[in-house]
Write a protein that binds this ligand. Structure first.
Ligand code: RRO
Length: 308
């Protein structure tokens, strides 16, 4: 059985890796993912300056997943560039970038390009948790402008992290924007489903502090939305790769993401709750499903979703 994935000149021994935001803020966390069964490593979204993030509590597990309003806590982009500079593993490394302004993002990417580091940027167009800042991915014209500027400033292959979309007209509109940029080689679908509200019945209270309790949903809540976004963009972005993210907690959901068209699959909420041993478990479960179905390689079922 072969669970490896080759894409963009990289080889991953497993399709699974961490979702940005989970186990990736500090060097210590990144090293746990690097030394795990994960097939790649992605850093926490970074800004020009270090950030402490939003007030706590800002993450809560629920019976069906998680809600977070972390507010982009990170060590500042130089920390992650230093990590990338010292990185020697064959396991691919992705740098998530989420400047507070487009100019900040361009500054970070220009420096990354100049250093010629062995990592690919995943530009975050979809943080839902910065008070007063809308998610860029929901503004198609602003997304096009950002991709134009990024293509000019970076001039190398890159990817973007997208918010979830909920209407075929929006899939089509965003796909038309994305298809205009040949350096854009992958999209990660999806970021958390933004601005949900989890309420605790006993205390009659929101469960996280920022934004009156509003935060991004992950876990079981978001699996069907994630699969729809993976499927629609896999069909609409013929020359790009889609990385699946959302609701993966066992081999079954990983298989579904790949069936919907995902090249590789990220794990967020489940990784946060279980730790990096989740990668061994989910990989073994995915292998068992493939064995039972008679598949030896991921490309034998990738994108082959049946419809009725
Ligand atoms: O740090 C966060 O609050 C955060 C970010 Br940047 C993101 O992209 N998605 C998310 O769920 N939380």
């Amino acid at each position: 059985l072969d669970l490896s994935v080759s894409w963009l000149g990289m080889k991953m021994s497993s399709p699974l890796f961490n979702a940005s935001g989970v186990y990736c803020r500090t060097r210590e966390e990144l090293e746990l993912v690097r030394r795990s069964a994960a097939g790649a490593v992605v850093t926490k979204s970074c800004t020009l300056e270090p950030r402490a993030g939003n007030p706590e509590p800002r993450y809560r597990r629920t019976a069906l997943g998680s809600i977070n309003s972390m507010g982009l806590p990170n060590e500042g982009y130089r920390y992650y560039l230093d990590y990338a500079q010292a990185y020697e593993d064959a396991k691919p490394l992705f740098l998530s970038v989420s400047g507070m302004t487009l100019d900040d993002t361009l500054t970070i990417l220009a420096e990354l390009a100049a250093l010629k580091l062995p990592c690919l940027p995943e530009v975050n167009l979809s943080c839902p948790n910065l008070p007063g800042k809308p998610q860029l991915g929901y503004d198609f014209a602003a997304s096009a402008e950002a991709l134009e500027a990024i293509s000019r400033a970076y001039a190398r292959p890159f990817g973007v992290k997208l918010p979830p979309y909920f209407d075929p007209a929006h899939f089509a509109a965003m796909a038309a924007v994305l298809n205009a940029f040949p350096l854009l080689r992958f999209v990660t679908c999806i970021n958390s489903v933004g601005n949900g509200l989890v309420i605790d019945l006993d205390s009659e209270s929101a469960v996280i502090k920022p934004k009156g309790g509003l935060g991004g949903l992950g876990g079981d809540y978001v699996l069907p939305t994630a699969l729809a976004n993976v499927r629609e963009f896999a069909v609409l972005l013929a020359d790009k790769q889609v990385i699946g993210c959302g609701g993966v907690k066992s081999g079954a959901e990983a298989f579904m993401h790949i069936l919907a068209g995902a090249t590789a699959v990220q794990v967020g909420t489940c990784l946060h709750e279980e730790g990096v041993s989740a990668f061994d478990r989910i990989e073994a479960e995915l292998a068992a499903i493939m064995q039972a179905k008679g598949y030896q390689r991921l490309d034998e079922f990738r994108g082959r979703l049946k419809t009725l």
